[in-house]
Design a protein around this ligand. Structure first.
Ligand code: MG
Length: 281
């Protein structure tokens, strides 16, 4: 049976995009419930300014309390300062986010794409030395809320540049849920043809209810690793009321129905989804 790997992003991407701020113990409760369901790869926090993102404050304390776990935890960092904090807290994998349009990148971290690439390369150099795994999200990879359609050639170019520089993983992210299966097919076909499939994963949103179709399109091109978010937490920051991150329970259910193995219990996952709703409502 073919295995598909799921990286759970609820404890970071989900929780930071809702109004309720959970305390460290509540965040840990959610993470441990997901681990109990069989998830062993999770984005658990970030090292960003607590003023900008109060929901991710005290990620250092959270990591300290989780230090006995065998799961793979990743943490989002926006710059070299965040990298230093991640290293001090013994993080083994850091996530970088580069938006593929100038307007979105400016909105996200207030820097140009060129400045961001330069700083991320410094981080990759440090991480190689420190043996910390690096992963880059290429955000708004299909469409940007400010600049419209994004050229797949440009995404290919960015991907090539980071892979050549030694990034460990490139995550193609449809941040506003605007991508369609034919775009997903086209992009991954060209990437996998030249770089193989093992360095890629995909992050889809359900804003237009196309996330699962996009997952299938990516799987057809050989992609075996996907992000998802328990209970679809987080919504879509650019479309009030719209659903956002692909829900982990939907993804796992679809994969099991199609005969794929995930190592995750659907029953336990339902408990995690319930817990996520309780903690955030
Ligand atoms: Mg997301």
């Amino acid at each position: 049976m073919k295995k598909i790997f799921i990286n759970e992003v609820g404890p970071r991407d989900g929780l930071q995009n809702i109004d309720n701020v959970l305390n460290v113990d509540e965040r840990i409760q959610l993470i441990q419930s997901l681990e109990k369901a069989g998830i062993n790869s999770l984005e658990v926090g970030s090292f960003v300014s607590p003023k900008a993102v109060p929901a991710m404050d005290k990620t250092d304390a959270l990591l300290e309390k989780l230090s006995n776990s065998n799961s793979n935890y990743s943490v989002l960092i926006p710059n070299t300062f965040g990298y230093k904090q991640a290293k001090e807290n013994k993080v083994k994998e850091v996530c970088l986010v580069l938006c593929a349009t100038e307007s979105m990148n400016k909105e996200n971290i207030n820097k140009s794409i060129e400045e961001t690439i330069a700083e991320f390369k410094e981080i990759i150099d440090l991480a190689k030395r420190d043996q910390i795994r690096t992963k880059i999200y290429i955000s708004v990879a299909f469409e940007c809320p400010y600049e419209g359609l994004v050229s797949s050639k440009y995404i290919y170019h960015l991907t090539k540049e980071f892979l050549a520089y030694g990034i460990n993983e490139v995550v193609i992210a449809d941040t506003i849920g605007a991508g369609k299966p034919d775009q997903v097919t086209k992009l991954f076909r060209s990437l996998v043809k030249d770089f193989g499939s093992s360095n890629f994963s995909a992050h889809f949103h359900d804003t237009r209810l196309l996330a699962l179709s996009n997952v299938k399109a990516a799987m057809d091109e050989g992609i075996t690793k996907f992000d998802s978010c328990i209970a679809g937490l987080g919504g879509c920051p650019f479309a009030p009321g719209a659903s956002g991150n692909l829900a982990t329970e939907d993804l796992v259910s679809m994969l099991h129905k199609e005969g794929y193995e995930t190592g995750i219990s659907e029953e336990m996952l339902r408990n995690s989804a319930k817990l996520a709703s309780q903690l955030t409502s």
